[in-house]
Design a protein around this ligand. Structure first.
Ligand SMILES: [Zn+2]
Length: 90
């Protein structure tokens, strides 16, 4: 989803208007910030932390604008578990 599609989804009227009409620069900036943070949870895995060994739920997310999912989890022990260390426990 592009930023323009994101805006027009939130503000259907905006799609019919010229970009110079309707939203202020500030609103555009706020929307852009929101857009940058917009991600969906694809699934939740049970993974084992390579740092402390704790098994925990970890959300796999994907940003609206990303072609691939994000595997990242901050463990309570302070370890940041990356995709290459994504050790799914059945
Ligand atoms: Zn840990």
């Amino acid at each position: 989803m592009t930023f323009h599609e994101f805006i027009t989804q939130k503000y259907p009227l905006y799609a019919d208007l010229d970009i110079k009409v309707g939203l202020t620069v500030r609103q555009i900036c706020e929307l852009n910030e929101e857009y940058m943070k917009a991600e969906t949870v694809i699934k939740t895995d049970k993974i084992k932390c390579p740092g402390c060994g704790k098994v925990q739920d970890a959300e796999v997310t994907q940003h609206l604008n990303a072609p691939f999912a994000t595997y990242i989890k901050n463990c309570d022990c302070g370890y940041t578990i990356m995709e290459s260390e994504w050790d799914v426990v059945k």
